[in-house]
Ligand binder design. Structure first.
Ligand SMILES: Nc1nc2c(ncn2[C@@H]2O[C@H](COP(=O)(O)OP(=O)(O)OP(=O)(O)O)[C@@H](O)[C@H]2O)c(=O)[nH]1
Ligand SMILES: [Mg+2]
Length: 250
């Protein structure tokens, strides 16, 4: 069983990609379930075999604690940890190969608060990975791309799981913009040059550090809307687990 956590900034496309990847896996004859860990989710397109909203009701939390939606989101994020064992049990009822896990819209609720790490530990670290979504509109400028890179690195530091970087919604980018972003992801020097042209000075050393930690790596472009790049995402997942050591089959 492989757990894939879809993580990215608000509106980066996590929920839609979870759905598109579920459909693609099913088309390939591969078993998967989808898990919603976002208590604030309103519209969920995928089948959602396990839904955190069964245990945590955000509007009740707002009433009970007399807080607004943002305060309630924080309380809910912490409450998820108290339900970790039950969530695990619910997932284990499905003996499938892939568990696609959609995370809260505001990524820091999952990546920075303790409950994200607790959930990951309870569900098991060894077969887990993060699909980190780069927002295409932010990633269009060199400084925006670097900011996404740091956000991705911060998630990696915090959660400590293998990570694949995904460029989402590429149908919103022109061919030229897409090519630029791909070149930045494969060649730190081209990013460095374009940053300079944007009058943003960054020491090349920073990219070397990211490279040495294998955080500076090729990005996988996808479009959930156009069902593009799903096979590449699948291959990136496979490579993470099967390239080096064997994946234990539990
Ligand atoms: N053009 C285009 N739009 C997309 C794509 N994927 C998602 N969207 C749109 O982007 C918006 C956000 O998508 P979601 O999947 O809800 O993103 P999210 O990261 O789950 O959002 P939150 O959970 O609210 O933070 C929606 O309006 C989607 O329809 C895509 O591949 N292409
Ligand atoms: Mg979502």
């Amino acid at each position: 069983m492989v757990n894939i956590y879809f993580i990215g900034s608000a509106g980066s496309g996590k929920t839609t990609l979870t759905y598109a990847f579920q459909l693609w896996l099913n088309q390939q004859g591969l078993d998967c379930i989808t898990v919603n860990l976002d208590p604030g989710a309103e519209r969920i397109p995928y089948t959602c075999e396990v839904d955190v909203r069964e245990w945590i009701d955000i509007s009740r939390v707002m009433d009970m604690y007399n807080v607004g939606p943002n305060g309630a989101q924080i309380i809910c994020a912490d409450l998820i940890a108290t339900k970790a064992d039950e969530i695990k049990k619910a997932i284990e009822e499905y003996p499938v190969e892939y568990v696609l896990i959609d995370t809260p819209g505001q990524m820091e609720l999952f990546t920075l608060r303790e409950s994200g790490k607790i959930i990951i530990d309870v569900l098991g670290r060894e077969n887990s990975l993060v699909a980190f979504l780069f927002d295409p509109i932010i990633s269009k400028t060199p400084s925006g791309y670097v900011s996404m890179l740091f956000l991705s690195a911060s998630t990696y530091f915090r959660l400590g799981l293998p990570q694949v970087n995904i460029l989402s919604k590429v149908d919103l980018l022109s061919e030229e913009e897409l090519e630029k972003i791909i070149s930045w992801s494969s060649d730190p020097f081209s990013l460095y040059d374009d940053l300079n042209m944007e009058n943003k000075q960054v020491d090349m050393e920073i990219f070397r550090v990211l490279e040495s930690m294998e955080l500076y790596r090729n990005i996988t472009p996808v479009s959930a809307q156009e069902n593009f790049g799903m096979e590449d995402l699948y291959n990136a997942v496979q490579q993470t687990f099967y390239a080096g050591e064997d994946l234990s089959s539990d």
